[in-house]
Design a protein around this ligand. Structure first.
Ligand code: SF4
Length: 353
């Protein structure tokens, strides 16, 4: 590859002088590197940083994480979203303790066998913590590479993805592969940003093909985004003697293992009241009376937008609710809500209760 050496050197030099001082960069402890890499997926550094500090304080070693309860792990992840990350981290910690004597495997190939560790994360841990010469390709790296080499193929296509990994593999040096990989990600996060990249401050501008042609904002080429669907959700804040009924979601799937209020999607042609009565019957096997609305909040996931309409409700019979969809039900005082991990959307109305 033309200019590979020059690009590498310029990036490494820039990274050594300009890298942000972040706690996970002050350590080569594979466990801490792993936690930071998982936390920072889909999460900005400023948002992820306090979570990282709290997580490492609560679980300083992989053994501490392995022996923690699911609820404690999810509580520390609460508000970050993508809870499968936390559940996989927990599962993988147990495997590391049971099968690898509490030490993370030392190469990308073995790391990628652990739950939640894909090619990217395996490459990041192996190159940063163990100095293995393996590439990483995340969203930032894809953008930098497609601009540097002016790729006009759509980066969402599997063939382009393969080419990007190939380019990254050619560029990554034998010496300091971890620093090099981080320099690419750092460049994408701070200089080669999705909009208005700061080409004037870019250490690899001299070799950037898209910049030379004025095409930097037209790269990378992406597939047109599908419109994100919207769902109406009703939420039952069922109160009895000052306590509210909450349920724990099954461990699999979206928001798995988190606590929530009963409720669900409003079906076509249903009123909110009808939907609440039906959902409570299906989920709890009890009839409810629906009172006034507490709040209506909007929340956006990457694949879905929801509007949650929260209603005060009470049990309409003396029957005790049964957990039909949840793994567990509890009656909880509002002052104790903080002890449970709720999805982020629920935080928008919890204090109103
Ligand atoms: S010159 Fe501009 S477009 Fe090219 S890599 Fe640098 S910041 Fe990105």
């Amino acid at each position: 590859m033309k200019h590979a050496l020059a690009i590498r050197d310029a990036l490494l030099q820039w990274f050594q002088g300009e890298a942000r001082d972040l706690p996970w960069r002050r350590t080569k402890d594979p466990y801490k590197v792993w936690i930071s890499e998982i936390l920072l997926q889909q999460t900005r550094v400023d948002q992820g940083l306090p979570y990282y500090l709290r997580f490492i304080e609560a679980f300083p070693t992989v053994a501490d994480l392995a022996t923690a309860t699911d609820d404690r792990v999810l509580k520390l992840w609460e508000g970050l979203g993508y809870y499968t990350r936390a559940r996989n981290l927990h599962k993988a910690a147990r495997i590391v303790v049971d099968e690898y004597g509490g030490k993370l495997p030392q190469n990308a190939e073995l790391l990628a066998l652990l739950p939640g560790i894909g090619r990217y994360t395996a490459g990041a841990i192996a190159s940063i913590a163990f100095g293995e010469r393996v590439p990483v390709v995340d969203g930032n790296v894809k953008r930098v590479l497609s601009r540097l080499f002016n790729l006009d193929a759509c980066i969402d296509d599997p063939e382009t993805e393969r080419d990007l990994w190939g380019l990254a593999e050619t560029l990554v040096p034998q010496k300091s592969p971890g620093d090099f990989n981080q320099s690419m990600m750092e460049l994408g996060a701070r200089i080669c940003t999705p909009r208005k990249p700061a080409c004037d401050s870019c250490p690899v501008r001299a070799w950037c093909q898209a910049q030379a042609l004025g095409l930097q904002e037209a790269r990378p080429v992406r597939r047109a985004k599908k419109e994100v669907p919207h769902e109406e959700i009703v939420v039952a804040a069922i109160r009895r003697e000052g306590l509210y009924l909450i349920g724990k979601r099954p461990p699999e799937g979206l928001l798995g293992g988190l606590w929530e209020f009963p409720g669900g999607k409003v079906e076509r042609g249903e009123s909110h009241e009808q939907a609440l009565i039906r959902e409570c019957k299906e989920e709890l096997a009890v009839p409810v009376r629906v009172g006034g609305m507490v709040a209506s909040v909007n929340h956006a996931y990457t694949h879905l937008r929801v509007t949650l309409s929260v209603y005060r409700c009470s049990l309409a019979s003396a029957k005790e609710p049964k957990a039909r969809r949840h793994t567990e039900l509890r009656w909880v005082a509002p002052a104790d809500f903080t002890q449970f991990a709720f999805p982020k959307a629920n935080h928008k109305f919890l204090e109103l209760l």
